[in-house]
Design a protein around this ligand. Structure first.
Ligand SMILES: Nc1nc2c(c(=O)[nH]1)N(C=O)[C@@H](CNc1ccc(C(=O)N[C@@H](CCC(=O)O)C(=O)O)cc1)CN2
Ligand SMILES: Nc1nc2c(ncn2[C@@H]2O[C@H](COP(=O)(O)OP(=O)(O)OP(=O)(O)O)[C@@H](O)[C@H]2O)c(=O)[nH]1
Ligand SMILES: [Mg+2]
Length: 430
């Protein structure tokens, strides 16, 4: 495969910039730039030269196949991290026949050379994107093969079931144990139950990866913007005594229990007095719809309004704001005051609990992408067909299809169609 190169470190000025090369022919390119190849895997200080011009004095690594990240002949140039140095080296590499790598291409090659399965490759993409500790842990676990190991074990058991089912078809006349068929069915049911348990985690892993949205909803003047500001610790939204102050959705990003959260303050819900406010309320209700959690705000100085009450539900947290004013309480609502700070610590704690329940780091392996759930769901569905399949051939076919669905997850089968999805999300240089 052709020699590809990319900056592995961030754009812009830095102390050191790492240029990575990979592919057959990397040795020649390296020798042309840096002189005789250094000992494999040993850092060596070299003056890089091209067409008679000195480019940089760099630390050079020669990483011959198969002991490299991609499994191909590879090299690293640890350059001085200035834009002109990087540009000159990139130009020299291109002149020597190497080409800039596509996003994710190094990892794609690692996958193609059997260095990792698809879920591990996704884990590496997530590791690079991880912004919180919980995200980092989930990503590292997947990069280290947590999800792959679980699926490999299932695939092995499925393959064994398939072999037994096929033996049954093949040797029906001969004396196989009479209950072989029933045993395949029982084992498949056990397998299906285990898979269903993982599926029951739902989209927790996806939510931790992508983050949650919490919408703040309530009547005008309830103190939604004041609460947003209090939780954010800065004046993100305008607060005023006039009802109908907030019109657009105001978003603040924060981390709750290791989960990235977007807190969205919205326009107060009421019969709008003008078309701009009406649009704001439409946006507020749209947010209420798509949010993972809803913070419903009532105020001590006004009776609970119907529009906000209508939004109560299992994913809603209810507060009674302005608890610094005299009030009789509100059933099921946490008394808080954006003004005095009363109840805010408890509110933050409740929000953290809700975020953790919705997206927190689970104990075992987790599904972190819709395609994981789709593949596993398909395998479960195929296995659930087994008891109804009258013919042994049909049972074998269901087992085969379940196996193929599992294979798509790790990339062993039907690979082509999932490759682009997986590697498209990488940044260049990985
Ligand atoms: N300088 C540098 N740092 C880096 C990387 C890199 O490519 N270069 N990585 C890249 O993302 C990560 C580390 N991941 C890596 C995974 C495998 C191999 C590798 O060469 N494996 C060989 C040899 C292992 C050994 O030393 O025993 C192998 O498994 O055969 C290198 C890096 C993070 N840090
Ligand atoms: N006494 C008291 N007043 C508060 C409290 N929180 C907010 N207020 C006041 O209530 C008024 C409205 O506050 P906002 O935060 O703008 O209310 P809102 O819900 O965002 O209102 P809209 O954007 O119009 O929907 C302001 O005068 C605030 O100072 C509180 O905890 N106690
Ligand atoms: Mg407001």
């Amino acid at each position: 495969m052709s020699v590809i190169f990319a900056l592995a470190t961030g754009a812009g000025r830095s102390a050191v910039a790492v240029m990575r090369l990979s592919g057959a022919g990397t040795g020649e390119v390296l020798a042309t730039l840096a002189g005789p190849l250094p000992a494999p895997r040993r850092a060596s200080l070299r003056l890089l030269r091209h067409a008679g011009v000195a480019l940089d004095r760099a630390l050079v690594l020669w990483l011959p196949a198969p002991g490299s990240y991609t499994g191909e002949d590879s090299a690293e140039l640890h350059l001085h991290g200035g834009p002109a140095v990087i540009a000159a080296v990139a130009e020299a590499l291109a002149a020597l026949g190497a080409r800039p790598a596509e996003p994710g291409e190094f990892t794609r090659r690692a996958f193609l050379h059997g260095r990792m399965d698809l879920t591990a490759a996704e884990g590496i993409a997530d590791l690079i994107s991880a912004e919180t500790e919980a995200q980092r842990r989930q990503a590292l676990r997947q990069a280290e093969g947590g999800l792959a190991a679980r699926h490999a074990a299932w695939a092995t058991r499925l393959t064994q079931l398939l072999a037994r089912q096929e033996a049954f078809i093949e040797f029906e006349e001969e004396d196989l144990p009479g209950d072989l068929d029933a045993r395949v069915e029982a084992d498949a049911a056990t397998l299906r139950a285990e898979m269903a348990t993982l599926l029951a985690e739902g989209d927790r892993g996806e939510k931790l990866r992508e983050g949650l949205t919490i919408a703040i909803l309530g009547a005008p003047n309830a103190g939604k913007s004041s609460l947003l500001n209090a939780l954010a610790g800065r004046e993100a939204a305008i607060v005023s005594a006039r009802a109908g102050t907030t019109r657009d959705v105001v978003e603040v990003r924060m981390i709750l229990a290791g989960v990235p959260v977007t807190l969205a303050d919205t326009a107060g819900l009421r019969e709008a007095s003008d078309e701009i406010e009406a649009e704001g309320i439409r946006r507020a209700l749209a947010r209420a719809e798509t949010a993972d959690l809803r913070l419903l705000v009532f105020a001590a100085d006004a009776p609970p309004d119907e529009a906000t009450r209508a939004l109560r539900g299992p994913d809603a947290l209810v507060v009674l704001n302005k608890a610094d004013l005299p009030h009789a309480g509100l059933e099921g609502a946490l008394p808080v005051s954006a003004r005095s700070g009363e109840g805010l610590a408890t509110l933050r704690q409740r929000l953290e609990e809700a975020a953790a329940a919705r997206a927190g780091l689970a104990d075992g392996a987790v599904l972190t992408r819709p395609r994981h759930r789709a593949a596993l769901g398909e395998a479960v569905e195929e296995l659930s067909r087994l008891p109804d399949a009258a013919l042994p051939e049909l049972r074998a076919e269901a087992l085969r299809r379940a196996l193929r669905a599992l294979g798509r997850l790790t990339g062993r089968v039907d690979v082509e169609q999932v490759l682009d999805v997986v590697f498209g999300e990488f940044c260049i240089g990985k």
